[in-house]
Unconditional design. Structure first.
Length: 299
């Protein structure tokens, strides 16, 4: 393995550790149905506003060049995935499911990220890859149904988490592609700044109108500064150096890290069924990442 690929894996791991706290911190900020705190809409859009302000200052300080004309559409797709889609869907969902539960649902994200990366580079995943992707998705749905109180159906929060996973994979894939010729830090900064005309007024509209727990504000600060900003510095740089398909493998540890963080932070319990499904999903994802992906025409 080349030195830059090793560096990419380490940077990717640093990003994953930061992202692993996102679900527990979001749960802490949004509260529960019995003790609600911030709205999911405010958390998603407010954290984007804070990160956008930091991004604007960073772009000015580093004298970042304007994106090329052909980069604006990929930047918009990156923004749609990781500035709007993933934060909004997860923040709304996390009031109704525990962080340990959500960690299993998002466990197939590495496979989705690898798939998006392969499609963007016009590669052709093998039948084994598709079988693993299907099995991993089936395991996640089976877990969600087994935990549902409404019979053989998905809880609305689980559907939101699955949508969030798809959004994140798209945002990661396009962001990694842009990081091939842009500074990784500039990719997420431009994605945040270009979203500011929408996120600022919407966050102001959704702002809390009542006093909230101090812990909720601390959790909001974490997802704004680390989950929405600093984590992407390491993550996109890691994907650019080590390759999207290879580095996305380090996401395998994210569900377990999220679970470990959720237990002391939120007092959640990790039962055998949840752990068993998590291990099964990760095993399938691991096998899927080993399946051949044939090269196609260059993008």
């Amino acid at each position: 393995m080349k030195p830059q690929e090793i560096k990419g894996l380490w940077l990717g791991l640093a990003g994953v550790v930061i992202f692993a706290l996102t679900l527990p911190m979001t749960r802490l900020a949004v509260g529960t149905p019995e003790a609600p705190q911030m709205s999911g809409v405010f958390i998603a859009l407010g954290r984007a506003v804070v990160a956008a302000v930091l991004s604007a200052a960073f772009l000015v300080a580093t004298r970042a060049p304007w994106p090329r004309r052909e980069d604006w559409v990929p930047l918009a797709l990156t923004s749609a995935g990781v500035v709007f889609g993933f934060p909004l869907f997860t923040s709304v969902a996390m009031r109704y499911v525990e962080a340990v539960h959500a960690s299993v649902i998002v466990g197939v994200l590495p496979l989705a990220t690898a798939l998006v990366g392969a499609l963007l580079h016009r590669q052709r995943p093998s039948m084994g890859f598709w079988l693993c992707a299907g099995l991993g998705s089936a395991l996640v749905v089976a877990f969600a149904i087994s935990k549902s109180s409404s019979g053989l159906s998905l809880h609305a929060a689980d559907a939101l988490l699955l949508a969030a996973m798809a959004c994140a994979a798209i945002g990661y894939g396009y962001g990694a592609r842009l990081s091939q010729h842009m500074r990784a830090e500039h990719v997420i900064c431009w994605a945040l700044v270009m979203a500011l005309p929408l996120t600022l007024p919407l966050a102001a509209w959704a702002r809390p109108q009542v006093a909230l727990a101090t812990s909720a504000w601390w959790a909001f600060g974490y997802v704004a500064v680390f989950s929405m900003w600093i984590g992407f510095f390491a993550w996109y740089r890691g994907l650019a150096l080590g390759g999207t398909v290879r580095v996305s493998q380090v996401q395998l540890v994210q569900p377990f890290l999220s679970m470990l963080f959720a237990v002391p932070l939120l007092g959640e319990q990790l039962d055998a069924v949840t752990l068993g499904f998590a291990l099964a999903v990760i095993a399938v994802v691991f096998l899927g990442k080993k399946m051949p992906v044939r090269a196609g025409a260059p993008a």
